[in-house]
Ligand binder design. Structure first.
Ligand SMILES: Cc1ncc(COP(=O)(O)O)c(C=O)c1O
Length: 415
């Protein structure tokens, strides 16, 4: 037998094991000042590429005004309960209706947090007779929802439609015995690699197999499709998505999320989703702030146009400069380099301290051993100058990496 605290004192987890050296710099860095392309890190201004403020709404004057007025008029306490008990309001209903209309669905339900909402929605939609089939690179909120599932789950390798078909065949055989149903889970835009889920191909499989499709479009909502309605719109298959999830935490630069679907599905979720029934309703200022952001997202297409101008310049520029950016088909821009974790930390330290560029670094176990992924999130408030400067800096650090300048035994000591 082991004491729990003693056990966790010895095993800090795959990321936590580096906490001592990395805390405050590589992990939990503090970005200060107004949310924009330039923010202050450890007392010095940096060009920042690691905020999911895709449309630049975080600091839009109308958004700031709506947020302030929402807080002034209602405070953050209201509503004082879960939706079902005492937390309902006309503004919550209005936001749900507008989101449903924007997503071409009958109805929508608000979520306090996207992550928690996804987990809970998956949990309440399926029972032990049902089978979940999901993409292997799904976000943690899908994986955690699947973990709660009492029935069978089959995983298909990322975007491998032939394998998905095999899993659907297996699942079909099983549910014929249990009299259950099949739920397919995937993402619109995969947040690390930036490639899109093959929604069109998945929807086409509905002709052959009976299943419902649930899509997490956290990164696609507001950025993809003609009107910004997301990856379903982008691929012309919004109708084929049975349950659509979006978060307010990225394009809307806020907190919260929603699920849009058929009216009867939304009613079912309202009465069965444990994360909504047993938790407080989204505070009024967040609802008011979301309504304003949604209005701007819909009425100001130039925000999305600006975003894509920066995305295209950045991704084309990186490719022309010889960088490997994988298969991205969205604003998410990964840059793949080869090196060890200590090299990655030296490289990021150099980039931040000597070039004043701040981006996120992703290493093993999120990407395979020996790969360093620099993840850039372009936004509508970046400039073409920012893009040019960043690519110049990246070329310099790439050369230094290749010539062994960042080689080290241990991760860099930043203190
Ligand atoms: C694909 C995906 N799904 C869900 C979430 C969770 O959303 P939220 O931040 O609203 O909890 C995220 C956010 O990181 C995400 O990237």
């Amino acid at each position: 037998m082991a004491d729990l605290f003693e056990k966790i004192s010895k095993n800090r987890g795959p990321l936590g094991m580096h906490a001592k050296e990395s805390h405050g710099y590589f992990t939990f860095p503090k970005l200060e000042g107004e949310i924009s392309n330039r923010m202050v890190f450890r007392g010095k201004e940096k060009l920042v590429w690691s905020l999911n403020n895709y449309l630049g709404l975080a600091n839009h004057p109308e958004v700031r005004k709506a947020d302030t007025e929402g807080a002034q008029s209602y405070g953050f306490g209201l509503p004082m309960g879960a939706r079902m008990m005492s937390g309902e309001s006309n503004l919550h209903n209005k936001l749900e209706q507008e989101l449903a209309e924007f997503e071409s669905k009958e109805d929508a339900i608000l979520l306090n947090f996207g992550y928690q909402g996804m987990v809970s929605a998956i949990d309440c939609l399926v029972d032990r007779h049902d089978v979940i089939v999901y993409d292997s690179e799904s976000h943690a909120c899908i994986i955690d929802g699947v973990r709660l599932h009492m029935g069978k789950r089959f995983v298909f390798p990322h975007n491998d439609i032939a394998n998905l078909e095999k899993q659907l065949e297996r699942a079909t055989k099983l549910v014929e015995e249990t009299n259950g149903s099949i739920l397919v889970l995937t993402e619109g835009v995969f947040g690390m690699s930036g490639d899109q889920g093959k929604l069109k191909e998945i929807v086409a499989l509905k002709k052959k197999y009976e299943f419902r499709l649930f899509v997490d479009d956290a990164h696609g909502f507001g950025t993809m499709g003609k009107t910004g309605a997301g990856t379903g719109e982008e691929q012309g298959v919004q109708d084929g998505i049975d349950i659509y999830f979006g978060t307010f935490a990225k394009s809307m630069a806020l907190i919260g999320g929603f699920i849009a679907s058929d009216a009867q599905v939304i009613e079912y979720l309202k009465y069965n989703m444990r994360s909504q029934i047993f938790a407080k309703s989204l505070p009024m200022p967040l609802v008011i702030g979301s309504l304003k952001r949604l209005e701007l997202l819909r009425s100001q297409p130039q925000l999305k146009d600006n975003l894509w101008k920066i995305v295209n310049a950045l991704q084309n520029g990186l490719k022309e400069a010889g960088f490997e950016i994988g298969k991205t088909q969205s604003p998410v821009t990964p840059v793949y380099l080869n090196g060890s974790i200590p090299e990655a930390t030296n490289l990021i330290y150099d980039l931040r301290e000597n070039f004043d560029v701040f981006c996120s670094m992703v290493v093993y176990p999120v990407v395979p051993k020996g790969i360093i992924m620099l993840r850039l999130i372009p936004t509508a408030v970046h400039t073409l100058e920012d893009v040019k400067y960043t690519i110049e800096c990246f070329s310099k650090i790439k050369n230094k990496l290749a010539s062994g300048k960042y080689q080290a035994e241990k991760i860099v000591d930043v203190n």
